[in-house]
Design a protein around this ligand. Structure first.
Ligand code: G4P
Length: 287
């Protein structure tokens, strides 16, 4: 899904989330485990203010487990509990309720002390398009509630969805915009498929991916495409292009005269990255 974000849309999306915040106890901030910061809204702290928040790293099935663990530590340092999950299979989704309860522990205890019976925790899922909000809502609800592809600005009656007896979830997620200003963010989101390929040049995205893979996942790259030595230094663009050409040659992406078809090679690399043919890869690491 592609959404054209204009300033008016951002203001409207923000206002819609702020309206929903009044109704809820806890925010579930959904990020892509492969690119947690790039899939994060730049104004999130300002929008959520002091609402208790659980960071959920979705699509962890596709991310490098070691890097995901580093991200969990990174968020912990910032005082945020981060939970890696996989909404498609349901992995760790059940852990969301106890984690939210933990965030609400002080409030729940004080209610009990006052003799008030604590009600179910009310939660809202927020995140950028394609991060898996609808998949997670459906998974938590145990049935199809959210149509994948909700559009920002489209209003419909909101309903609470019961998640067991201890949590209620708003059936429409809060849709946020990503950080566009930074070109690397755009390339990372495109690499994971969060941004449509037509928006950026495919060869530019693949170039970024190959350079990153040479630096961080050299063995996986060599093995997948039966490559010989990889360059030690990828600061020279030519060195990266040579690797792309070697991949293209291996895979028969050749046009007349034996020239390598870089567009075709780029499409192939991105398809294989996004379907985990190169293994579980994280495209971003904590600094
Ligand atoms: P959104 O509401 O935030 O826009 O995202 P949505 O749930 O529509 O999910 C976007 C895509 O991400 C979907 O794939 C969905 O299946 C996939 N997805 C969601 N969560 C996970 C996860 O934890 N792991 C993996 N591997 N994929 C996930 P799609 O190609 O658009 O549709 P389809 O493959 O479901 O047909």
């Amino acid at each position: 899904m592609t959404i054209q974000w204009f300033p008016g849309h951002m203001t409207k999306a923000r206002r819609q989330i702020e309206e929903k915040l009044k109704l809820i106890d806890v925010v579930i901030e959904l990020l892509d485990a492969r690119v947690p910061l790039s899939s994060r809204n730049p104004m999130i702290d300002e929008i959520l203010r002091n609402k208790p928040r659980l960071v959920v790293l979705n699509k962890s099935d596709m991310a490098d487990p070691q890097t995901t663990a580093e991200w969990v530590a990174y968020f912990a340092e910032q005082g945020l509990d981060a939970l890696p999950i996989d909404s498609s299979s349901g992995y760790q989704v059940k852990e969301i309720i106890p984690r939210c309860k933990k965030l609400m522990a002080a409030k729940i205890e004080s209610q009990i002390r006052k003799g008030i019976n604590p009600r179910a925790i009310r939660a809202l899922i927020v995140g950028i398009p394609n991060v898996g909000k609808s998949t997670l809502i459906n998974r938590l609800a145990g049935k199809k509630i959210a149509a994948t592809g909700d559009k920002p600005g489209v209003t419909k009656a909101q309903q609470w969805v019961k998640v067991g007896t201890e949590m209620e979830l708003l059936d429409t997620p809060g849709i946020l915009w990503p950080k566009f200003e930074d070109q690397t963010v755009g390339l990372r989101l495109a690499a994971t498929g969060a941004i449509k390929d037509e928006i950026l040049h495919i060869d530019e995205v693949a170039f970024h991916v190959v350079r990153y893979l040479v630096e961080h996942y050299g063995d996986a790259l060599r093995e997948r495409y039966s490559l010989e030595a990889l360059p030690d230094d990828v600061s020279e663009p030519d060195e990266v292009v040579k690797v792309m050409e070697a991949i293209g040659r291996r895979r028969g992406c050749v046009v007349s005269g034996g020239r390598i078809d870089l567009d075709k090679t780029s499409t192939l690399i991105l398809r294989e990255l996004r379907t985990n043919m190169l293994g579980r890869i994280s495209m971003e690491r904590p600094k």
